[in-house]
Structure formats: structure tokens, C-alpha cells
Ligand binder design. Structure first.
Ligand code: HSE
Length: 428
């Protein structure tokens, strides 16, 4: 049997402890499958005294992750601390410089520094794997990098922040406003320390930018992701969307077209009966479309101890087996610099407007849409209440610019009350 693979784990939170438990529980299974023992030699966390749900007494303790990364008895550095800068970045760089392979769950680190880290790793002959960084337990990096390697990828979509999906589905199921469900999520411990990472779409956008790099052979381009959170989604729009047979999701979409690379992480409508429309609670879903394979739908837990540690161990075991893949599926120096699409692919749109109750009001709205070059597919008007009525319009495909034009024309009609709402309907 080959020499044991020696792990150093930086970070003993939910994910790190999950990894410790799998290594301890499945030592025989891991050795049988990889042909070598996988052992933990050293661990690191901020607070040694904290009571943790695992026996760590057999492992050397380091308080500095950089020191852990440099230990001669560590072959593989596991970074499960999080954060795009500071200790996570320093320790990952130190591990590569010290000739260690790296497995990380850190989407923020790779979204911001993935290109530089991948190039450094390749120069040093080391690998960085990051299955746990995207959609928790769903093996989507493996699916894209290996199983679908023979496909030109057309589009990648995903609901990749379980907290947002929990909030949106709970709002719909319980008929509760956003602020109340946000507070519930906070009390349940679902939100990141900085909740804007979740509800602002940043965490999910980090993940999307990593998938796009693999899918399209482009450098990670997180800054170019069009991003909008779920904070402005009202229970009214969730209900009205349902009346039109749609659900609202914080949906990531990446596609490379003649216009360039499109990356969006925005609230979108999807058909209620589609797999994405059916996704409930904190679960994640990733949809991959390849030219040969067609559409693949992957669904599973996007966070939590077991699922995230499972993804880390998949990477660890690949390295134990000797599988050494480039970080983004091809040499980092060969990744293209993406050109961000100036105009997104046209889509159908959901528009909600509140109209004053006077003759010709609806006609004025229809005319404004016509002047903006937008054709109406479906429309629904609700009963008037106190002199106004809500109107929902589903358009035929239109660009964002056309919709913006239409909304400004609405303002000039003098029949629209309040701010209209416009949400993209993704063709899934
Ligand atoms: N906070 C994330 C989520 C998990 O809610 O899905 C970590 O990326």
C-alpha cells in the first residue's frame, strides 16, 4: 500500500469537524477505495478550548493556519475557515509555496483570487480542488470537469443559496412578509455572519462565477456578475407570480453567447412545474446544459456538516488516488479573459403595475409597451380596490433595455400608481 496521505485541517467549524468525523468513521472504506490510508496529522482553529463534537486528541494542534500549511507532516492542506482575505488566503498561498495540495470549501477566496491561486498551484505542480465551495454536497464541479468534459456547455443555472430559497419558499407557504421570515432565518442560524452574503446574492454569485470558469474555459470573473438580492421581493409578487403559474427564485444563470459572457444572480420567475420551480426549502439545484448530453439536473443539500464534508472528502480521495485535475478543468494560464455581454439574452418579463381606475388606463400601458417594442403574451387584471387595480403582464421576449424604456414610458402615462415591478422570466 502507498504511504498514507496526511491531512492538515485549518478550521474546525461545522465543515472541519464533519471532515474529521468522516475520516474517523470511514478509515477502512477510504483506504479500500483509494489504495492508501488517509490520516489527519494536524488541525488548527482560533479557540483550542471550545467544546467540539469530535475527538481531536490524536492530532497536533496549531493556532496559526500558515504554520499548519507549512508542516512537513502535512501533504494536503484543507482550508475550511472561509473569507476571501486574511488567514484563509495567506495559509492557502503558504501551502502551495510549501508544495502542498489544497482542498478548500472557500468560494469567496476562489471568486476573488482563483486565477492567481490556480496559476501558483500549477507552477508548483500542486492541485487545488474545491467541490465543497459550490452547492455543498452536490458534486457539480466533478460533473462539469469530468463527466461532461466532452460537451460544449451551453448554459449553467442554479439555485445555490439555500438560505434564500428557504426564505422565498417560507414566505409563499406561510404567507409571511420578507422581514419576518428573514428574522426567523436569523434565529434558526441559517444566515451567514454577514447576512448580505446570503440575501444580497453575493455567496451564490461567488459560486456561479466558479462554475462559469469551468463551463466556458474563462477566467473567474466575479466582478462581472450582475447581482441583485431578494430583499425587495414582496409577498404580493410571490402570490401574483403563483397566480401566473410561476415561482420566484434567486437564480444564477451563466451562458456564453455571441454577445459575450452573461452571468446573472438575480430574482427570476421560473415555471412552477419545472424542477427549479419545485425546489423547496434550503435545498440547492444546479442545471447544466451540454451540446451532447442535453440538460442535467442535480439536486441536494447545499450546506451543513455532512453534505459539505462529503464534498471535501470527494476531493481528498481523488488526490489520494492520484487524480490531479487542473483547478478549473484546464490549465489556468490558458483560460480566456471573458468579455462580459453588454446586453443579456432577451427573456419574457413579469410586470406588475398598479393603475388608477379611469377609462383608457390599461390602453395607455399597452401603448407604452408597444412603443418600447414589447409584445404582450398574457395579462391579468385584479378587481379594483379603493380606486386602483393591479395588472400583471407577461411579455414576449424583450431585452432589459426595452423593459427599462417601457417602465419610463409608464411613468409618463399618468395612470400608474407607485413603482412598477419587473422580473425576468427565465426560460428553464
Ligand atoms: N449560506 C449558504 C447557503 C451556504 O445558505 O446556501 C454556504 O455557502
Amino acid at each position: 500500500m502507498a504511504a498514507p496521505l496526511r491531512l492538515g485541517i485549518a478550521g474546525l467549524g461545522t465543515v472541519g469537524i464533519g471532515v474529521v468525523k468522516i475520516v474517523q468513521r470511514h478509515a477502512d472504506l477510504i483506504a479500500a477505495r483509494t489504495g492508501r490510508e488517509v490520516v489527519i496529522t494536524a488541525v488548527c482553529a482560533r479557540d483550542k478550548t471550545r467544546n467540539r463534537d469530535a475527538d481531536l486528541s490524536a492530532y497536533a494542534w496549531e493556532s496559526d493556519p500558515v504554520a499548519l500549511a507549512r508542516r512537513p507532516d502535512v501533504d494536503l492542506f484543507i482550508e475550511v475557515m472561509g473569507g476571501s482575505e486574511g488567514p484563509a488566503r495567506l495559509a492557502t498561498e503558504a501551502a502551495i509555496a510549501a508544495g502542498k495540495d489544497v482542498v478548500t470549501a472557500n468560494k469567496a477566496l476562489l471568486a476573488h483570487h482563483g486565477q492567481a491561486l490556480a496559476e501558483a498551484a500549477e507552477k508548483a505542480g500542486r492541485v487545488i480542488r474545491f467541490e465543497a465551495a459550490v452547492a455543498g454536497g452536490i458534486p457539480v464541479i466533478k460533473a462539469l470537469t469530468e463527466g461532461l468534459a466532452g460537451n460544449a456547455i451551453r448554459r449553467v443555472m442554479g439555485v445555490m443559496n439555500g438560505t434564500c430559497n428557504y426564505i422565498l419558499t417560507r414566505m409563499e407557504d406561510a404567507g409571511l412578509p420578507y422581514a419576518q421570515v428573514f428574522e426567523e432565518a436569523r434565529q434558526l442560524g441559517y444566515l451567514e455572519a454577514d447576512p448580505n452574503l446570503d440575501v444580497g446574492g453575493i455567496d451564490a454569485a461567488h459560486k456561479l462565477s466558479l462554475l462559469a470558469a469551468i463551463a466556458f474555459g474563462t477566467r473567474v470573473s466575479f466582478d462581472a456578475v450582475e447581482m441583485e438580492g431578494i430583499g425587495a421581493i414582496s409577498i404580493d409578487d410571490i402570490r401574483h407570480a403563483a397566480d401566473m403559474e410561476y415561482r420566484i427564485k434567486l437564480l444564477g444563470v451563466a451562458q456564453l453567447t455571441g454577445r459575450g459572457l452573461e452571468q446573472r444572480m438575480t430574482p427570476c420567475l421560473v415555471p412552477m412545474e419545472s424542477p427549479l420551480g419545485q425546489l423547496q426549502g434550503g435545498t440547492n439545484m444546479v442545471v447544466l446544459e451540454g451540446d451532447s448530453v442535453g440538460q442535467i439536473v442535480l439536486r441536494g443539500a447545499g450546506a451543513g456538516e455532512g453534505p459539505t464534508a462529503s464534498a471535501v472528502m470527494g476531493d481528498v480521495m481523488d488526490i489520494a488516488r492520484g487524480l490531479r485535475l487542473a483547478t478549473f478543468g484546464q490549465p489556468a494560464t490558458g483560460l480566456a479573459v471573458p468579455v462580459a455581454a453588454a446586453v443579456a439574452t432577451p427573456a419574457a418579463w413579469y410586470l406588475r403595475v398598479t393603475l388608477v381606475d379611469k377609462p383608457g388606463a390599461l390602453a395607455k400601458i399597452a401603448a407604452a409597451l408597444g412603443e418600447a417594442g414589447i409584445s404582450i403574451d398574457r395579462m391579468r387584471q385584479y378587481t379594483h380596490q379603493e380606486g386602483s387595480a393591479r395588472v400583471l403582464i407577461v411579455t414576449h421576449k424583450a431585452t432589459r433595455d426595452d423593459v427599462t424604456d417601457a417602465l419610463s414610458r409608464f411613468g409618463a402615462t399618468g395612470v400608474v400608481l407607485g413603482e412598477p415591478v419587473a422580473l425576468r422570466i427565465e426560460d428553464v
